[in-house]
Design a protein around this ligand. Structure first.
Ligand code: SF4
Length: 239
């Protein structure tokens, strides 16, 4: 089924891919947005074209203020809500009791524990019962992401995952945003091609990998936290 879907989706533009997915998938489809520039393209397409796909963001509680401002601006622009999905209070309290408010700097395991509580557990909750998951992954974002397909079964969730922008370049994303006046995070223009939680994201230098500013203090180049996993690579990357 996934092979056939890849064949059907490949010649379509991003809007066609979303519409086709909606036609062939039964039940809930969830698009998780980090409010990054690629995800804003998909939010625009879904909202402007009234496609029945749920748009949700995993609010870790550690976003940049600019991200919260963009969340509100996006809802106002399209007249639609982006569903906020939050970590369980007890889990956050236990995490902080164990590692402190910024314990994610202490070790990769401590960081993964934080991502687990603040991102992965809420993601599991929002994807529960869904028939498909839409993401804004692009192959060009990093070496890890080059391994993802247009449509695949996510090995972590056993769920159909569709990445309508997987073959888009960053230039194509920028052009779409300009031409359609899509609201984007102003930090993108300040050296932040990839924006995650505030304490775990910094700007990058010219020539660096787009995701080099994420968890920059860790030496492992993969710097993965578990939101996305492929069967073929068993690699995990985070949004
Ligand atoms: S990116 Fe940083 S603050 Fe955000 S959930 Fe992961 S470790 Fe925690």
């Amino acid at each position: 089924m996934v092979e056939a879907l890849n064949t059907d989706l490949a010649p379509l533009d991003a809007l066609g891919r979303l519409k086709h997915l909606r036609e062939v998938a039964q039940g809930r489809i969830v698009f998780t947005t980090s409010l990054g520039i690629e995800d804003q393209v998909l939010t625009h397409l879904i909202f402007e074209n009234h496609i029945d796909i749920e748009v949700a963001t995993l609010d870790t509680g550690r976003f940049f203020p600019e991200a919260y401002a963009l969340w509100g601006e996006t809802e106002e622009r399209y007249g639609r809500r982006i569903k906020g999905v939050f970590p369980e209070r007890a889990d956050v309290e236990a995490l902080l009791a164990d590692q402190g408010i910024n314990g994610f700097y202490l070790s990769p395991d401590a960081r993964k524990a934080c991502c687990g509580v603040r991102k992965i557990a809420p993601l599991k909750r929002i994807l529960s019962g869904a028939s498909a998951w839409v993401t804004g992954l692009r192959a060009g974002q990093s070496q890890n992401r080059a391994g993802f397909a247009l449509a695949e079964v996510d090995a972590g969730f056993g769920l159909l995952k569709v990445n309508p922008l997987i073959d888009w370049s960053r230039e194509a994303v920028d052009a779409f945003v300009r031409e359609n006046d899509v609201p984007v995070n102003p930090l993108h223009a300040q050296g932040f091609p990839s924006i995650g939680c505030q304490p775990c994201t910094r700007s990058i230098q010219p020539g660096e990998d787009e995701r080099a500013g994420r968890w920059w203090w860790e030496s492992d180049k993969a710097r993965e936290c578990g939101l996305h996993q492929t069967k073929s690579s068993a690699s995990r990357v985070s949004t």
